[in-house]
Design a protein around this ligand. Structure first.
Ligand code: SF4
Length: 378
C-alpha cells in the first residue's frame, strides 16, 4: 500500500511561542514574560530548521504562533538568514501569522525581504468591546492600519481570521464584522466558532460567560457561508473561504495527509508515516537543540488503521470531500471495502453525498461533522 503521498514536496511549519498577553480563550502553546529567551530561541530554531530540511525542497512555509510579529527584529533577522539559505520551490507559498498591534511597517518590510508572500492577520471581531471580552490587545483601528500598510507594500495574498459564538456577541455584531471584512476585500477569510478549551481563562469562568444560544451560533455560521458566497468567497473547508486561486496550500497539506516538518517548541512533524512531537517548554527546547540538534520528545509510527482514519477525518473537512480514486491509490482498496456501511448510513441521513467521484459532507453534515467523523473510527 502507498500510504504516503510522495509526489508533492514538503511543507514547513515554524512555531513562535511568544505572546505579549494571553488571550482569554487561548490554548495554543504560547507564553508571556519570556521575551528574554527570544534570541536564544531563534538561534536554536535556526539550527533545527537547517538540520530538518536538509536535502528537501520546501513547497510551503507557515510561521505561526504564538505571535510571530511579537518576536524581536534581532530574532527575526536570524530566522531570515536561515530561510534565505534553505532550498525552496520557486512557487513557494510563504505565510506569516500576524497580530495587528505588532505588525509594524518594519516587520512588513522584513517579511518582504525574506520572501513572505502571504499574511494571515488575526482580527477576530470588528467590535472593540468584543475584542476586550476576548482579552485581545489590539483594536479595530490598529487592524485597519496594519492591513492597509500590508496592501500598500503589495502583499497580495492576505487572510483575515474572524470568530463567532463569542461572549456577548449578537448576530448583528457578527454580520457587521463580516461586512466590514468583506469591504476590505481580503483574499482569504477564516471564520472559526469559539470553543471553550480546558485550561483557558474562559474555561475557568465558563459559568459567567454570556455565550450566544446554540441556534444563534448556528445562524452565524450560516450567515457567514451565505454572505461570503455572495461576495465570491468559495468555502473549501469547514472554516475556510477564499477568492479563486487563494486557497491556503499549507493547510491543505494537513487536510490531504501529506508530509510536513514542524520546527520550534511544541511543533509536530509528520514524515514518512511517523509523527514527531517537540518539547513544549521553551527552555527545554533550546537545551535539547543545543545538545542533540533536535527537540523531539515523542515519536509515533502510524498504523495502517491510523492512516485510513486520518485520511477520512482530515479529508472530510474539505468541502470537495474525499476522492475515491485517491483513496484507492493510497490504500490499494476501494473506500467501500472499508466504509460501505458507514457511508450508506450517512447518505441515508442526508449527512454525506457520493457524487460519483468524491464522498463529501452535505450542509447538514457540515453542522454535524464531529458526529459523522467519529463514525469513521475503525
Ligand atoms: S495572540 Fe494568539 S497565540 Fe497569543 S494568546 Fe492570543 S490567541 Fe493565543
Amino acid at each position: 500500500m502507498n500510504f504516503i503521498n510522495k509526489n508533492k514536496g514538503i511543507s514547513l511549519y515554524i512555531h513562535i511561542p511568544f505572546c505579549k498577553k494571553k488571550c482569554l480563550y487561548c490554548d495554543f502553546p504560547s507564553y508571556t514574560n519570556s521575551e528574554n529567551l527570544m534570541n536564544s530561541y531563534a538561534e536554536a530554531l535556526c539550527c533545527e530548521i537547517y538540520e530538518a530540511v536538509k536535502n528537501k525542497k520546501i513547497k510551503t512555509i507557515f510561521i505561526g504562533g504564538g505571535t510571530p510579529t511579537y518576536l524581536s527584529l534581532d530574532a527575526w533577522e536570524k530566522i531570515k538568514n536561515t530561510i534565505l539559505k534553505i532550498n525552496k520551490d520557486e512557487n513557494i507559498e510563504f505565510t506569516v501569522e500576524c497580530n495587528p498591534d505588532s505588525l509594524t511597517m518594519e516587520k512588513l518590510l522584513l517579511f518582504k525581504s525574506m520572501g513572505v508572500n502571504r499574511l494571515s492577520i488575526g482580527l477576530q471581531s470588528f467590535q472593540n468591546k468584543l475584542l476586550k471580552e476576548l482579552g485581545r490587545i489590539h483594536d479595530v483601528k490598529q487592524f485597519e492600519e496594519a492591513y492597509n500598510n500590508a496592501r500598500k507594500l503589495n502583499f497580495n495574498n492576505i487572510n483575515i481570521d474572524i470568530m463567532f459564538g463569542l461572549p456577548k456577541q449578537s448576530i448583528k455584531d457578527f454580520k457587521e464584522t463580516l461586512q466590514a471584512v468583506i469591504k476590505l476585500k481580503p483574499d482569504h477569510i477564516s471564520s472559526y466558532g469559539l470553543i471553550i478549551e480546558e485550561g483557558t481563562a474562559f474555561y475557568k469562568n465558563s459559568k459567567e460567560l454570556e455565550l450566544p444560544q446554540e441556534d444563534d451560533e448556528r445562524e452565524m455560521y450560516h450567515i457567514a457561508i451565505e454572505l461570503l458566497k455572495k461576495y465570491g468567497y468559495n468555502q473549501y473547508e469547514i472554516s475556510n473561504f477564499s477568492l479563486p486561486g487563494f486557497r491556503c496550500r499549507h493547510n491543505l497539506t494537513y487536510w490531504n495527509l501529506d508530509d510536513y516538518i514542524g520546527c520550534g517548541a511544541a511543533a509536530h512533524s509528520f514524515v514518512d508515516g511517523i509523527r514527531y512531537n517537540n518539547s513544549k517548554d521553551i527552555n527545554e527546547y533550546i537545551k535539547l537543540i543545543n545538545i542533540n540538534g533536535n527537540a523531539e520528545i515523542e515519536e509515533y509510527k502510524n498504523t495502517d488503521k491510523d492512516f485510513i482514519e486520518e485520511f477520512m477525518f482530515l479529508g472530510l473537512r474539505k468541502i470537495e470531500g474525499i476522492s475515491k480514486i485517491e483513496f484507492f491509490q493510497r490504500f490499494d482498496m476501494n473506500i467501500n471495502d472499508v466504509y460501505e456501511k458507514t457511508i450508506k448510513k450517512h447518505i441515508q441521513n442526508s449527512l454525506l453525498i457520493d457524487d460519483g467521484n468524491n464522498i463529501k459532507l452535505t450542509s447538514k453534515g457540515i453542522e454535524l461533522s464531529n458526529t459523522v467523523m467519529s463514525d469513521f473510527i475503525l
